[in-house]
Design a protein around this ligand. Sequence first.
Ligand code: T3D
Length: 262
Amino acid sequence: ISETVLSDLKNGVLRLTLNRPDKLNSFNDEMHLALRAQMERALADADIRAVLLTGAGRGFCAGQDLGDRDPRKGGAKPDLGQTLETFYNPTLRLIRLLEKPVLCAVNGVAAGAGANIALACDIVLAAKSAKFIQAFSKIGLIPDAGGSWSLTRILGEPRAKALAMLATPLPAEQAADWGLIWKAVDDEALMEEASAMAEQLAAGPTVGLGLSKRLIQAASDQPLDTHLDMERDCQRTAGQTDDYSEGVAAFLEKRPANFRGC
Ligand code: T3D
């Protein structure tokens, strides 16, 4: 177990805290592997019904630890394609693949791949003091960790290009106004609000929520006809869950539903 990602499972919520605060939680190899292992755990463990990702200290995550890329130490230039393939991309894919809500509470600056890992999550809350920075162009790189994909899809080319090329810090409230994240929250209220939302989702109809995630992620890749077929199949699956029966019974009995996630 690595201390670089703290984990805590309570009330169905797996809380993950990136924990290298002295380096603004930037990624070294150990933290990469620890985060990936936690996402794999979330995939495998039925008791986990939502994930909440945040950062320790004053930042969320400053992307790659550039101390591990110091050219002054000599040697050949690193193969960054290989490091993306080995470290970033598997985690990004797991966040999208996991058919359970993944929330991100961006507690402070989110830069480089740190910003884009946050943006890969399903629901992003950010402290009003937080900023999202596509810091890559400052060091000659391109927006990775899915950033060139998600920024373009969410914001469109004009804003995506400006953020990528200028590396202008985007304040949380503007990110919310632009629809890049769900909400900017007063700093002192962030963790309470994010935890309450995660617990609400963990107490929800997990199969249905996961199928909704699958559908929404597929929506812009396929024509309406294909998508309607997919909705039909997903609704068929959702209709077979105990949570659907419970939801309807609870409605008719005018009481809160007690979903069990199956
Ligand atoms: O390499 C590959 O595998 C390819 C993949 C690349 C993915 C990427 O993410 S590339 C982009 C890498 N990230 C950056 O370029 C961001 C670098 N950081 C910053 O620009 C600034 O730190 C921030 C804008 C994020 C925050 O600025 P500020 O003024 O609030 O904090 P600071 O003073 O710069 O940082 C505080 C400490 O964290 C400082 O250490 P010190 O001086 O107190 O000992 C700083 O060096 C350290 N730190 C911040 N970011 C990184 C870092 N150390 C290593 N790597 C970092 N990315």
